[in-house]
Design a protein around this ligand. Structure first.
Ligand SMILES: CCCCCCCCCCCCC/C=C/C(=O)SCCNC(=O)CCNC(=O)[C@H](O)C(C)(C)COP(=O)(O)OP(=O)(O)OC[C@H]1O[C@@H](n2cnc3c(N)ncnc32)[C@H](O)[C@@H]1OP(=O)(O)O
Length: 242
Protein backbone atom coordinates (compact mmCIF):
# COMPACT_ATOMS: atom_id res chain seq x y z
CA UNK A 1 0.00 0.00 0.00
CA UNK A 2 1.22 3.52 -0.77
CA UNK A 3 2.47 5.78 2.01
CA UNK A 4 0.29 8.55 3.49
CA UNK A 5 2.36 11.27 1.74
CA UNK A 6 1.95 9.59 -1.68
CA UNK A 7 -1.77 9.15 -1.01
CA UNK A 8 -2.06 12.87 -0.34
CA UNK A 9 -0.40 13.80 -3.65
CA UNK A 10 -2.50 11.39 -5.72
CA UNK A 11 -5.62 12.58 -3.92
CA UNK A 12 -4.80 16.24 -4.56
CA UNK A 13 -4.26 15.63 -8.29
CA UNK A 14 -7.50 13.68 -8.48
CA UNK A 15 -9.37 16.48 -6.69
CA UNK A 16 -7.97 19.14 -9.02
CA UNK A 17 -8.92 17.14 -12.12
CA UNK A 18 -12.44 16.61 -10.80
CA UNK A 19 -12.84 20.30 -9.98
CA UNK A 20 -11.78 21.37 -13.45
CA UNK A 21 -14.41 19.11 -15.01
CA UNK A 22 -17.09 20.15 -12.52
CA UNK A 23 -17.27 23.64 -14.02
CA UNK A 24 -16.96 27.07 -12.55
CA UNK A 25 -20.69 27.71 -12.07
CA UNK A 26 -21.27 24.45 -10.22
CA UNK A 27 -18.23 25.08 -8.01
CA UNK A 28 -19.36 28.63 -7.26
CA UNK A 29 -22.88 27.44 -6.41
CA UNK A 30 -21.61 24.61 -4.18
CA UNK A 31 -19.23 26.99 -2.40
CA UNK A 32 -22.08 29.42 -1.74
CA UNK A 33 -24.41 26.58 -0.69
CA UNK A 34 -21.88 25.04 1.72
CA UNK A 35 -20.96 28.41 3.27
CA UNK A 36 -24.68 29.19 3.77
CA UNK A 37 -25.31 25.78 5.35
CA UNK A 38 -22.25 26.02 7.63
CA UNK A 39 -23.45 29.45 8.75
CA UNK A 40 -27.01 28.20 9.28
CA UNK A 41 -25.98 25.31 11.48
CA UNK A 42 -23.53 27.57 13.37
CA UNK A 43 -26.40 29.99 14.08
CA UNK A 44 -28.37 27.02 15.40
CA UNK A 45 -25.46 25.93 17.64
CA UNK A 46 -25.05 29.43 19.08
CA UNK A 47 -28.82 29.72 19.68
CA UNK A 48 -28.87 26.40 21.55
CA UNK A 49 -25.89 27.28 23.76
CA UNK A 50 -27.34 30.74 24.51
CA UNK A 51 -30.74 29.32 25.34
CA UNK A 52 -29.29 26.71 27.68
CA UNK A 53 -27.01 29.23 29.43
CA UNK A 54 -29.89 31.68 29.92
CA UNK A 55 -32.63 29.24 30.96
CA UNK A 56 -30.58 26.43 32.51
CA UNK A 57 -32.92 23.83 31.01
CA UNK A 58 -33.52 22.11 27.68
CA UNK A 59 -37.29 22.66 28.06
CA UNK A 60 -38.49 25.10 25.42
CA UNK A 61 -35.21 24.82 23.50
CA UNK A 62 -36.77 23.05 20.52
CA UNK A 63 -39.46 25.72 20.08
CA UNK A 64 -36.77 28.37 20.28
CA UNK A 65 -34.73 26.92 17.41
CA UNK A 66 -37.54 25.25 15.42
CA UNK A 67 -37.75 27.81 12.60
CA UNK A 68 -34.02 27.82 11.90
CA UNK A 69 -33.81 24.04 12.11
CA UNK A 70 -36.76 23.56 9.73
CA UNK A 71 -35.36 26.08 7.27
CA UNK A 72 -31.84 24.68 7.01
CA UNK A 73 -32.83 21.01 7.17
CA UNK A 74 -35.42 21.54 4.42
CA UNK A 75 -32.87 23.46 2.34
CA UNK A 76 -30.77 20.27 2.40
CA UNK A 77 -33.24 18.79 -0.12
CA UNK A 78 -31.12 20.58 -2.71
CA UNK A 79 -28.44 17.98 -2.01
CA UNK A 80 -30.57 15.31 -3.65
CA UNK A 81 -30.74 17.62 -6.68
CA UNK A 82 -26.95 18.09 -6.64
CA UNK A 83 -26.49 14.33 -6.91
CA UNK A 84 -29.23 13.96 -9.51
CA UNK A 85 -27.68 16.53 -11.87
CA UNK A 86 -24.20 15.13 -11.20
CA UNK A 87 -22.42 18.15 -9.69
CA UNK A 88 -21.43 16.04 -6.64
CA UNK A 89 -20.20 12.48 -6.82
CA UNK A 90 -22.67 10.96 -4.38
CA UNK A 91 -25.44 8.41 -4.74
CA UNK A 92 -28.94 9.92 -5.07
CA UNK A 93 -30.33 7.00 -3.06
CA UNK A 94 -27.92 7.35 -0.12
CA UNK A 95 -28.39 11.13 0.01
CA UNK A 96 -32.15 10.79 -0.52
CA UNK A 97 -32.59 8.39 2.41
CA UNK A 98 -30.42 10.57 4.66
CA UNK A 99 -32.14 13.87 3.81
CA UNK A 100 -35.72 12.51 3.65
CA UNK A 101 -35.43 10.72 7.00
CA UNK A 102 -34.26 14.01 8.57
CA UNK A 103 -37.09 15.99 6.97
CA UNK A 104 -39.56 13.40 8.15
CA UNK A 105 -38.17 13.69 11.72
CA UNK A 106 -38.38 17.48 11.70
CA UNK A 107 -41.73 18.08 9.98
CA UNK A 108 -43.83 14.98 10.54
CA UNK A 109 -42.66 13.96 14.00
CA UNK A 110 -41.10 16.70 16.12
CA UNK A 111 -42.85 19.70 14.62
CA UNK A 112 -46.24 18.01 14.40
CA UNK A 113 -46.38 16.64 17.95
CA UNK A 114 -45.91 19.44 20.48
CA UNK A 115 -46.03 17.07 23.47
CA UNK A 116 -42.69 15.47 22.57
CA UNK A 117 -40.74 18.63 21.85
CA UNK A 118 -39.24 18.76 25.35
CA UNK A 119 -38.00 15.15 25.29
CA UNK A 120 -34.25 14.76 25.93
CA UNK A 121 -34.10 12.59 22.79
CA UNK A 122 -35.07 15.60 20.63
CA UNK A 123 -32.16 17.57 22.06
CA UNK A 124 -29.89 14.56 21.50
CA UNK A 125 -30.56 14.29 17.77
CA UNK A 126 -30.62 18.06 17.22
CA UNK A 127 -27.23 18.50 18.96
CA UNK A 128 -25.75 15.53 17.07
CA UNK A 129 -27.06 16.79 13.70
CA UNK A 130 -25.71 20.28 14.44
CA UNK A 131 -22.18 19.10 15.27
CA UNK A 132 -22.20 16.79 12.24
CA UNK A 133 -23.43 19.40 9.79
CA UNK A 134 -21.04 22.14 10.91
CA UNK A 135 -18.20 19.68 10.32
CA UNK A 136 -19.58 18.28 7.04
CA UNK A 137 -20.38 21.60 5.36
CA UNK A 138 -17.13 23.22 6.48
CA UNK A 139 -15.32 20.16 5.08
CA UNK A 140 -16.98 20.63 1.68
CA UNK A 141 -16.34 24.41 1.73
CA UNK A 142 -12.63 24.20 2.56
CA UNK A 143 -12.24 21.30 0.12
CA UNK A 144 -13.76 23.37 -2.71
CA UNK A 145 -11.49 26.28 -1.79
CA UNK A 146 -8.47 23.92 -1.85
CA UNK A 147 -7.56 24.82 1.75
CA UNK A 148 -8.71 21.87 3.77
CA UNK A 149 -7.23 21.73 7.29
CA UNK A 150 -6.45 18.13 8.23
CA UNK A 151 -8.41 18.30 11.50
CA UNK A 152 -11.64 19.06 9.58
CA UNK A 153 -11.00 16.16 7.21
CA UNK A 154 -10.22 13.96 10.21
CA UNK A 155 -13.38 15.09 12.03
CA UNK A 156 -15.58 14.60 8.94
CA UNK A 157 -14.48 10.99 8.52
CA UNK A 158 -14.18 9.94 12.20
CA UNK A 159 -16.90 11.69 14.18
CA UNK A 160 -19.70 9.91 12.35
CA UNK A 161 -18.54 6.62 13.91
CA UNK A 162 -20.05 7.83 17.21
CA UNK A 163 -22.42 10.55 15.97
CA UNK A 164 -24.40 8.40 13.55
CA UNK A 165 -25.51 5.83 16.18
CA UNK A 166 -26.17 8.62 18.70
CA UNK A 167 -28.34 10.50 16.19
CA UNK A 168 -30.27 7.35 15.33
CA UNK A 169 -30.85 6.61 19.05
CA UNK A 170 -32.23 10.16 19.50
CA UNK A 171 -34.49 9.81 16.46
CA UNK A 172 -35.82 6.39 17.40
CA UNK A 173 -36.50 7.42 21.01
CA UNK A 174 -38.34 10.50 19.73
CA UNK A 175 -40.55 8.49 17.36
CA UNK A 176 -41.18 6.01 20.17
CA UNK A 177 -42.21 8.84 22.53
CA UNK A 178 -44.64 10.15 19.90
CA UNK A 179 -46.53 6.85 19.52
CA UNK A 180 -49.06 7.28 22.38
CA UNK A 181 -50.01 10.80 21.18
CA UNK A 182 -50.39 9.66 17.60
CA UNK A 183 -52.55 6.72 18.64
CA UNK A 184 -54.77 8.89 20.85
CA UNK A 185 -55.21 11.74 18.38
CA UNK A 186 -55.44 9.67 15.19
CA UNK A 187 -53.39 12.38 13.46
CA UNK A 188 -52.51 12.03 9.77
CA UNK A 189 -54.71 8.93 9.67
CA UNK A 190 -57.57 8.09 7.41
CA UNK A 191 -60.26 5.82 8.80
CA UNK A 192 -62.86 3.79 6.92
CA UNK A 193 -65.48 4.40 5.74
CA UNK A 194 -64.50 7.32 3.52
CA UNK A 195 -65.21 8.31 -0.07
CA UNK A 196 -61.82 7.00 -1.27
CA UNK A 197 -62.30 3.64 0.47
CA UNK A 198 -58.70 3.80 1.69
CA UNK A 199 -57.40 3.60 5.23
CA UNK A 200 -54.08 4.81 6.58
CA UNK A 201 -52.88 4.60 10.16
CA UNK A 202 -50.01 6.96 10.99
CA UNK A 203 -49.35 5.03 14.22
CA UNK A 204 -48.45 1.87 12.26
CA UNK A 205 -46.62 3.96 9.68
CA UNK A 206 -44.36 5.25 12.47
CA UNK A 207 -43.71 1.72 13.68
CA UNK A 208 -42.77 0.70 10.12
CA UNK A 209 -40.53 3.79 9.87
CA UNK A 210 -38.76 2.72 13.08
CA UNK A 211 -38.30 -0.82 11.75
CA UNK A 212 -36.95 0.50 8.47
CA UNK A 213 -33.90 1.84 10.33
CA UNK A 214 -32.80 -1.80 10.73
CA UNK A 215 -32.06 -2.39 7.03
CA UNK A 216 -31.36 1.24 6.04
CA UNK A 217 -29.08 2.59 8.75
CA UNK A 218 -26.31 -0.06 8.32
CA UNK A 219 -26.17 0.80 4.61
CA UNK A 220 -25.58 4.50 5.36
CA UNK A 221 -23.08 3.65 8.08
CA UNK A 222 -21.10 1.23 5.88
CA UNK A 223 -21.19 3.78 3.06
CA UNK A 224 -19.51 6.28 5.39
CA UNK A 225 -16.97 3.66 6.55
CA UNK A 226 -16.07 3.06 2.87
CA UNK A 227 -15.77 6.83 2.30
CA UNK A 228 -13.52 7.01 5.37
CA UNK A 229 -11.22 4.27 4.02
CA UNK A 230 -11.10 5.99 0.62
CA UNK A 231 -10.41 9.51 1.88
CA UNK A 232 -8.25 8.90 4.96
CA UNK A 233 -6.42 5.78 3.82
CA UNK A 234 -6.48 6.24 0.04
CA UNK A 235 -8.13 2.86 -0.57
CA UNK A 236 -10.00 2.41 -3.83
CA UNK A 237 -13.49 1.41 -2.79
CA UNK A 238 -16.27 0.49 -5.19
CA UNK A 239 -19.63 1.64 -3.89
CA UNK A 240 -22.49 -0.67 -4.86
CA UNK A 241 -25.00 2.19 -5.27
CA UNK A 242 -22.84 4.05 -7.80
C1 LIG B 1 -40.48 8.76 4.72
C2 LIG B 1 -40.06 8.34 6.07
C3 LIG B 1 -39.00 7.34 6.06
C4 LIG B 1 -38.42 7.09 7.38
C5 LIG B 1 -37.45 5.99 7.31
C6 LIG B 1 -36.23 6.30 8.00
C7 LIG B 1 -35.17 5.28 7.81
C8 LIG B 1 -33.84 5.95 7.76
C9 LIG B 1 -32.74 5.17 8.31
C10 LIG B 1 -31.47 5.98 8.34
C11 LIG B 1 -31.50 7.04 9.36
C12 LIG B 1 -30.34 7.98 9.32
C13 LIG B 1 -30.58 9.03 10.28
C14 LIG B 1 -29.48 10.02 10.30
C15 LIG B 1 -29.04 10.46 11.42
C16 LIG B 1 -27.94 11.39 11.44
O1 LIG B 1 -27.58 12.12 10.55
S1 LIG B 1 -27.14 11.35 12.88
C17 LIG B 1 -25.76 12.45 12.72
C18 LIG B 1 -24.57 11.78 12.11
N1 LIG B 1 -24.71 11.83 10.71
C19 LIG B 1 -23.68 11.75 9.87
O2 LIG B 1 -22.53 11.63 10.22
C20 LIG B 1 -24.07 11.89 8.46
C21 LIG B 1 -23.24 11.08 7.60
N2 LIG B 1 -23.88 11.10 6.34
C22 LIG B 1 -23.50 11.93 5.38
O3 LIG B 1 -22.53 12.59 5.47
C23 LIG B 1 -24.32 12.08 4.15
O4 LIG B 1 -25.60 12.13 4.43
C24 LIG B 1 -24.05 11.08 3.09
C25 LIG B 1 -25.05 11.21 1.97
C26 LIG B 1 -24.12 9.67 3.65
C27 LIG B 1 -22.67 11.47 2.63
O5 LIG B 1 -22.17 10.64 1.81
P1 LIG B 1 -21.29 11.15 0.60
O6 LIG B 1 -21.77 12.47 0.09
O7 LIG B 1 -21.24 10.03 -0.36
O8 LIG B 1 -19.88 11.31 1.22
P2 LIG B 1 -18.83 12.44 1.13
O9 LIG B 1 -17.54 11.76 1.34
O10 LIG B 1 -19.18 13.50 2.09
O11 LIG B 1 -18.94 13.05 -0.34
C28 LIG B 1 -18.69 12.32 -1.55
C29 LIG B 1 -18.23 13.27 -2.64
O12 LIG B 1 -19.20 14.25 -2.92
C30 LIG B 1 -18.70 15.54 -2.61
N3 LIG B 1 -19.79 16.32 -2.06
C31 LIG B 1 -20.86 15.85 -1.44
N4 LIG B 1 -21.64 16.84 -1.04
C32 LIG B 1 -21.03 17.98 -1.40
C33 LIG B 1 -21.33 19.34 -1.26
N5 LIG B 1 -22.43 19.77 -0.63
N6 LIG B 1 -20.48 20.24 -1.76
C34 LIG B 1 -19.35 19.86 -2.39
N7 LIG B 1 -19.00 18.57 -2.56
C35 LIG B 1 -19.83 17.66 -2.08
C36 LIG B 1 -17.58 15.29 -1.66
O13 LIG B 1 -16.64 16.29 -1.61
C37 LIG B 1 -17.01 14.01 -2.22
O14 LIG B 1 -16.29 14.33 -3.38
P3 LIG B 1 -15.02 13.50 -3.86
O15 LIG B 1 -14.00 13.63 -2.79
O16 LIG B 1 -14.62 14.16 -5.12
O17 LIG B 1 -15.46 12.09 -4.04
Amino acid sequence: MASGEEDGTVEEKETNNKKRTKGAIATAWLTFYNIAMTAGWLVLAVAMVRYYLQKGTHKGLYRNIARTLKFFQTFALLEVGHCAIGIVRTSVIVTGVQVCSRIFMVWFVTNSIRQIQNEESVILFVVVWTITEITRYSFYTFNLLNHLPYFIKWARYNMFIVMYPLGVIGELLTIHASLPYVRRSGMYSLRLPNKYNVSFDYYYFLIIAMLSYIPLFPQLYFHMLRQRRRVLHGEIVVDKEE
